[in-house]
Write a protein that binds this ligand. Sequence first.
Ligand SMILES: Nc1ncnc2c1ncn2[C@@H]1O[C@H](COP(=O)(O)OP(=O)(O)OP(=O)(O)O)[C@@H](O)[C@H]1O
Ligand SMILES: [Mg+2]
Length: 611
Amino acid sequence: MPQSEKIPLQRPRKKEIENIRGLFSLLRLHPWAIPAIIGLGALSSLAEGFGISLFIPFLNGMEQPAFHPDTGIWLADTLAGLFNHVAPAHRLMVIAWFIFGAILLKALLSFSTTALFAWLDMHAAHRLRSCLFNRILRVEYGFIEASPSGKLYNTLATETWRTRDALETLVDLIISLCMIVVYTALLLLISWKLTVLVIIFMSMISGLVRVLNRYVKNLSSKLTHTNALFYKRMVQALEGMKVVRAFGREPYEQNRFNKASEGISRLVMKLTLAASLVNPVYEILAGGLLVYVLFTALRTPAGLTALLVFIFILYRLQPKIKELDEQCIKLSSLSASVADVMSLLDRAAIHPSSPSSGNVPVQDLKKGIHLHHVSFYYPNSKRPALRDVSISIEQARATALVGPSGGGKSTLIKLVLRLYDPTEGEILVDDRPLRQLDLALWRKQIAMVSQDVYLFDATVRENIAYGRLDADPDEIVEAARQADAHGFISQLPDGYDTQIGERGVRLSGGQQQRIAMARAFLRKPQILILDEPTSVLDTISESLIQDAIQSLRQECTVLIVAHRLSTIQQADHIVVLEQGRVCEQGDLRQLLAAGGLFAKLYELQFPKNTA
Ligand SMILES: Nc1ncnc2c1ncn2[C@@H]1O[C@H](COP(=O)(O)OP(=O)(O)OP(=O)(O)O)[C@@H](O)[C@H]1O
Ligand SMILES: [Mg+2]
């Protein structure tokens, strides 16, 4: 068996087989697919087998026109019996047509199998990608935050293709298996004794070749290791040449280098010999088997033609066995990708949308949002990000969250958005647990400008309209004005239709922030959440935006996070978070009077004001 050296010579292990089982779940929507592929595969091998077997009566007919179906071989006699009633003059021609018919049928069936797979591929692969994307959009947010960067891209972009390859390999493997079963059955029908012998002999050859291959593989991994050592010696000697010379260590280095180099040469020789042994060993053994079968054929002249056909089928069978082996190895190498894709699918299947939505419809906020002894641990984190937080975010008021970095401000916002649920305690919206509310409707009430603004690679207009897809152009301009973005947008090359992002103009941090604000304002939210919106804005914009917030505050509830305390001058309520705890809360005057952490922070930023 001329095994390719490039393919890892390992059959799938138990875990890999489990992973591959996941592939069947991809075909769940088409439960008929696997039986259909098996059916087509079996039928096309049967057609080919039938065609090949027809050579028995054909050759027999050429040899003895009397055509006595009594060779003692069941298959040969049965096939000959089929043509008994055909006039001897036409018999060979009829059989030849049948052989041609079998070839035609086999070709048609092969095409149907390919077409069926192409169809399945189109549907299954598309569904797989679409399902995965859907899962990523809905899987619990902690999973997204915990995924190493690039991991999800890789799963979606690369692993889905590899999974599709695995599916194709699985289908090929099923077809190969069908062929092997049908051919083996034919061999058994021609001569079961010889077939058993062949199977035993082939397994022995296969085992021997495998042992040889394992030896070759061990040698090549040793070679990799020795190569690395050789490289290390070389680099060290070259880089440390000054030390080598200064200490007079040339002979020592030469000696070490020679040893490593000799090691490589010896291994390469062994490897070449062992690798080139595999093919001859296989060919000698397979040749021996062939000679043995031929001798057997000569000893039973009645079945000579049948045995010739036996050898022919054997000849066809061998590559199929090799293909099966390669397909197993390929599946094994793709199994990690299948597992990766399946784990994401399963994960989201367990948490279809975590946190899951309640079903209470959301009404206009009347009182406000109340956090009741809320503690929160990020998944896999032992330190709480929030501890026993009890605060009220009152309706139509501006509540500000301040405090040192890492205090838990952004985390608190994530809980209000229900990207996460509290580990302990509860969030109440107008006295109703947030968990019970319809999640989509709840988020619809909220507009948020986050710490890390994200603009899509699209036009300014599209980016603002993301806040409300059905907004008309006037509303978009109005929102931009509110966010003090209209001025600079009008000066862009194509105004609102300017492409931004990688393919278009690059905007400054402050300009991006303002577009994000416009997007939030356009939503006309009940609750506006701003996570440090003013940190990168210039002073003029800052005050304009403060005015906007001020005016919005009449209509909606504002929750604002700020490091720069100028933004919260007019906040109705200020909450100071430090290490996840609320250490102070009250209005500006109260907090300054208290002389605690807030007063200190305030003094740092406005030394004159406090003087
Ligand atoms: N996705 C996460 N997974 C695990 N821990 C996190 C995650 N995000 C934040 N944390 C941790 O939670 C704590 C609170 O973080 P948070 O982002 O809420 O702070 P913050 O008050 O917004 O800080 P900053 O002012 O710097 O934005 C920090 O100790 C942080 O390390
Ligand atoms: Mg933050």
